[in-house]
Design a protein around this ligand. Structure first.
Ligand code: ARG
Length: 460
């Protein structure tokens, strides 16, 4: 035959360029270990139902285990002529154990095989990503608990809005990641369904037991429909969508870290080991890690759009288009794992510059809302209170004074209901402590929220 796997009906060999063009082995060899796991389970099931003898099964499994070792050792000789990871491994198996190797593919197609491999691979990868997300969340929670009393300006429109605690800000990030982890686990449930048994598209004539294979591989259940099983890639899209939202969140954190390390903000210090210098400007210390994470968000969004477009309008069932699912998925995984590791290592090492944050919070009239709320408590309608405080702020801008720096006489120009007790509400400490309800920025609330977050993580 012109090709040992399918050449029977062909009358000329494949064009040399087409052979390389259609091959996937350069990138799908990453699936080798999971391909072998799938094959071992398939052979075990075939023997269980009497399609293979026990001796044949044992020879196949021993051969596959040796091949797994060869691949791990780097001694396996990959061949583009054998197109993909599946045929490379099968050919090597037959080389090792002879004709029995040719029986492994009974009742199976590369279509259900590859779909199974990707799911097995992705399931393991998801578990690794999940562990790293947990580590990052733990780091954020502990830093937040340490910084529960640290006051910084809170922003809207990147303009000073109201004082908040740094711990509260960090726990906001933590909430984003908690939702990401939920999305990841939700996705895992749909990844963990077994295509094997669908064969090429219609199922197989052998008396296979898909429940046995599914159980051997730790799948929740066999896929319900053979046509869908070989052609579904929305589990990969879903993972990439999870990754896109996660990276969107990491990019927001990155942006703030970059801002905060600038001389203009100077809110935090990132240890030198997470930064790099400039080859021309000797003074520079650049926050490369958050910058790069911010940048890598783009490639993950690109992969999401790539996979969506790959699957758009594909007729049932398997199409060769699907071979293009692997590189975007693998790159998404590598990117997510790299970004999460960088963040999980870096976050606990952040040093807050509490004095700078405090000084920044004192600027920009961050307690103006507190003054308005004070007036309301003294009987002024909120809209009138808003106007009164606005006039006080205008006076402050003109005279270069914060509200807390004005004398009682100065404040009373704007409203007679203001009394000496106003100065308590104008302090930053008073402002944050007053927001003392669940979800609020008061230090006690931040400590309680950190504890709830710890408990939620422990219960995962
Ligand atoms: N390399 C192929 C892929 O990744 C494996 C399945 C090939 N199936 C086929 N009928 N050509 O999609």
């Amino acid at each position: 035959p012109t090709n040992q796997s399918w050449g029977g009906r062909f009358s000329e060999p494949t064009d040399a360029f087409v052979e390389r063009f259609t091959a996937s082995v350069d990138f799908d060899q990453r699936l080798a270990h999971h391909d072998i796991q799938g094959s071992i389970a398939h052979a075990t099931m075939l023997a269980r139902v009497g399609v293979l003898s026990d001796d044949e099964r044992d020879a196949i499994i021993a051969g596959l285990q040796e091949i797994d070792q060869e691949i791990a050792n780097g001694t396996f000789a990959w061949s583009v002529k054998l197109e993909d990871v599946h045929m490379n491994i099968e050919a090597r198996l037959t080389e090792k154990i002879g004709i029995t190797g040719k029986k492994l593919h009974t009742g199976r197609s590369r279509n259900d095989q590859v779909a199974t491999d990707i799911r097995l691979y992705l399931r393991d990868a998801i578990d690794a990503v999940d562990a790293e997300l947990t580590r990052l969340r733990e780091g954020l929670i502990e830093l937040a608990a340490r910084e529960a009393d640290t006051i910084m300006p809170g922003f809207t429109h990147l303009q000073t809005a109201q004082p908040v605690t740094f711990g509260h800000h960090l726990l906001a990030w933590q909430e984003m990641l908690a939702r990401d982890q939920e999305r990841l686990r939700d996705c895992r449930g749909r990844v963990n369904v077994m295509p094997l048994g669908a064969a090429a598209l219609a199922g197989t004539t052998y008396p296979i037991d898909r429940h046995v294979t599914a159980e051997l591989l730790g799948f929740e259940r066999p896929a319900e429909n053979s046509l869908d099983a070989v052609s579904d890639r929305d589990f990969a899209i879903e993972f990439t969508a999870f990754a896109s939202v996660l990276l969107m969140h990491l990019s927001r954190m990155s942006e703030e870290l970059v801002l905060w390390t600038s001389a203009q903000f100077d809110f935090i210090d990132l240890p030198d080991r997470f930064c790099t210098g400039s080859s021309i400007m000797p003074q520079k210390k650049n926050p490369d890690v958050p910058e790069l994470v911010r940048g890598k968000t783009g490639r993950v969004y690109g992969h999401l759009m790539g996979l969506l477009t790959l699957m758009k309008s594909q007729p049932l069932a398997y199409n060769k288009d699907n071979q293009e699912d692997k590189e975007p998925l693998f790159d998404t995984l590598d990117t997510v794992q790299g970004c999460l590791k960088a963040f999980a290592d870096m976050i606990p090492a952040i040093e807050a510059k509490a004095e700078n944050m405090y000084e920044a919070a004192r600027k920009g009239f961050s307690t103006a809302t507190d003054l308005a709320d004070y007036l309301v408590r003294k009987g002024v309608a909120f809209r009138d209170a808003h106007e009164i405080v606005g006039q006080s702020v205008a006076y402050g801008i003109e005279h270069g004074k914060d509200l807390s720096e004005m004398s009682l006489d100065e404040l009373q120009q704007f409203s007679q209901v203001i009394e000496a007790d106003v100065f308590e509400v104008l302090t930053l400490e008073g402002s944050v402590a007053a927001r003392n309800h669940i979800g609020g920025t008061a230090p006690d609330q931040v400590r309680a929220a950190a504890q709830r977050a710890r408990d939620a993580l422990a219960a995962l």
